[in-house]
Design a protein around this ligand. Structure first.
Ligand code: PEP
Ligand code: MG
Length: 579
């Protein structure tokens, strides 16, 4: 019998393949008393489980492919070190002997004590190590409990050719790894369309669903399933007719890609002759190949935080400098917009979750960098030094007041002076811009515009903060609405502030790459869009069929009338009539 589960389609495309289920979550542990004469056997059972966990990790380590995009080995080494640590090994043995309890319970007691210590720590980075403790302890617990499902999200690096991964949740780092292992699609129970994992899926062109409830209950590991990333549906037990339908959809998608590919070398110019700057967003230096293939005019957003993930120590100045220079050189004279570290919330350095009740509102992005100069300064130095090799724009994420901007500008100035003293080259023309992604910044866009060289609207966060909806929480996803009048007003305000100050305003959130909003944004005066390279040709197709002069009055009318349903229906008619 066939079964369809609905989810939120976050990356289009159809995949047909075998389900690969990754069960995770916390391990339920029960206490039991061990008779005195069996205590040493229990200790031996515990030590054997620790050894087995160590062996598992060592096996995984040797199987990591050499060209893996992120430093997974360092991630595994951290876990191996923990298995050698007395806190996780000797103390549980003492607890077994002291309390006469089972090994699982002793390990749980020790876990709770260690987690307590981590939670007291003020240092955000150290607090995130708590997740490593949990990962290691869960591994040992599962061995003790003889749990057959001990797999890591990345299956230890083994090939997963064409598998469709079904998981409770995936971090961006895990998604990168799984892609490397050849999966054809993934679906998760958690997550929202703007989570970084979803964004990554689009940039890797892997069909994906998030918020797909019931995956673990209804789908069997290894059964052939269909995942439709456009319609947001996952089908199991399909009949031949359904398979035929989806094979045809796969073919149509392929044809669509071919058709769009023909637009690659056509410039983006509206019918009335306005040239639009189409730029690409990148997460990893490797993405540059695709950016060049799609003839983007440059990079409008380089999310540097991906360079900092899945490793024990942040990259130093030299490492960052080398990476930035390699990207600049690959762009052959096209501009590179390097966004300074936007870490925190759903993007963690080590792939874990920060212990913080409200991470999206917490110490993230520029707030974190201004608090932690040892993290920020090497990046500023590396970006400035790299600017000697080609056009670079430095972009600051999550600005919320101009004091933050002043602090960054003064740090940049000091860094330039220091570089000069050290006779290290940099371009004096590096443009400094800021992201407008907090409502307060949009409302103060004129203040920011008068002090910066460019602005870029980050709609993912701007929508999250304006509508007070966590972008990774699927429970409130129904409220996510780029067409909310408040969101549109903030966008318009920012564009107008840029025009008044005579500086360029770009948009680099997901809204910029969604062809449903292209005409609306053109009519609002936006002339620079930055998006995943996969969306470039589709957006270009809309631009090249639009006439700005007729869009401007229509969009103004649309913005002036906020009756419920009016804006979406007008946007629809903008898209469906020839403009
Ligand atoms: C945004 O918020 O729109 C944005 C582009 O930044 P990120 O998605 O990396 O937070
Ligand atoms: Mg953002």
């Amino acid at each position: 019998m066939s079964l369809a589960l609905s989810g939120i389609g976050v990356s289009r495309g159809v995949a047909i393949g075998k389900a690969h289920i990754i069960l995770r979550g916390t391990v339920e542990v029960l206490e039991s008393a061990i008779p005195k004469h069996l205590i040493e056997d229990e200790v031996a059972r515990f030590l054997k489980a620790v050894n087995c966990a160590r062996q598992q990790l060592e096996d995984i380590r040797v199987r990591i492919p050499e060209n893996t995009r992120v430093d997974i080995a360092a991630f595994i080494d951290t876990h191996l070190l923990m298995l050698d640590d007395a806190t996780l090994v000797t103390t549980p043995v003492d607890l077994i002997r002291e309390h006469g309890c089972n090994a699982e319970w002793a390990l749980k007691l020790q876990r709770d004590a260690v987690v307590d210590v981590f939670e007291q720590m003020n240092d955000a980075y150290l607090r995130t190590r708590r997740d490593d403790v949990d990962h290691v302890i869960n591994r040992v617990q599962r061995i003790l409990m003889d749990d057959e499902d001990q797999e890591d999200a990345h299956n230890g690096g083994a090939a997963l050719d064409n598998a469709i991964v079904l998981a409770y949740d995936l971090t961006p780092a895990e998604a990168v790894l799984l892609e490397h292992q050849g999966i054809s699609a993934f679906a998760t129970e958690c997550g929202g369309p703007l989570s970084h994992t979803a964004i990554l899926a689009r940039s890797m062109q892997i069909p994906a669903l998030v918020g797909t409830h019931g995956l673990q209950r209804y789908i069997r590991d290894g059964e052939t399933i269909i995942l439709d990333g456009l319609q947001g549906v996952l089908i199991a037990g399909a009949d031949e007719q359904t398979f035929d339908y989806y094979r045809e959809r796969q073919e149509l998608e392929y044809q669509r890609q071919l058709e769009l590919a023909r637009l690659t070398d056509t410039p983006a110019i509206t019918r009335d002759g306005m040239s639009i700057n189409l730029m690409a967003n990148i997460e990893l230096p490797e993405d540059i190949d695709a950016v060049s293939r799609e003839s983007a005019r440059g990079v409008g957003l380089y999310r540097t935080e991906f360079l900092f993930m899945n490793r024990n120590n942040p990259p130093d100045e030299e490492e960052q400098y080398d990476v930035y220079v390699s990207v600049i050189e690959a762009l052959k004279g096209k501009p590179l917009t390097i966004r300074t570290l936007d870490m925190g919330a759903d993007k963690q350095v080590d792939g874990g979750n920060r212990i913080c009740s409200n991470p999206a509102l917490g110490l993230r992005a520029i707030r974190l960098c201004l608090k932690n100069h040892s993290l920020f300064k090497p990046q500023i130095r590396a970006i400035l030094r790299a600017s000697a090799h080609g056009p670079v724009r430095l972009m600051i994420p999550m600005l919320c007041n101009t004091q933050e901007l002043h602090q960054v500008l003064s740090l940049i100035n000091d860094t330039k002076n220091a570089l000069q003293r050290e006779s290290l080259a940099f371009s004096p023309d590096v443009k400094i811009g800021g992201m407008i992604e907090v409502p307060a910044a949009a409302l103060s866009a004129a203040d920011f515009a008068s002090q910066m060289d460019f602005l870029s609207i980050g709609t993912n966060d701007l929508i999250q903060y304006t509508l007070a909806i966590d972008r990774v929480d699927d429970e409130v996803n129904y409220l996510y609405d780029p067409l909310h009048p408040a969101v549109l007003r903030l966008i318009k305000m920012t564009i107008d502030a840029g025009v008044d100050a005579g500086i360029p305003v770009s948009m680099c959130g997901e809204m910029a790459g969604d062809p449903r909003y292209t005409r609306l944004l053109l009519g609002m005066g936006l002339s620079e869009f930055s998006m995943h390279h996969t969306a470039l040709q589709e957006v270009k197709r809309v631009i090249n069929s639009s006439t700005i002069t007729s869009l401007i009055p229509l969009v103004q009318e649309l913005l002036d009338n906020t009756k419920p349903g009016h804006i979406p229906s007008r946007v629809d008619s903008l898209n469906h009539n020839s403009r």
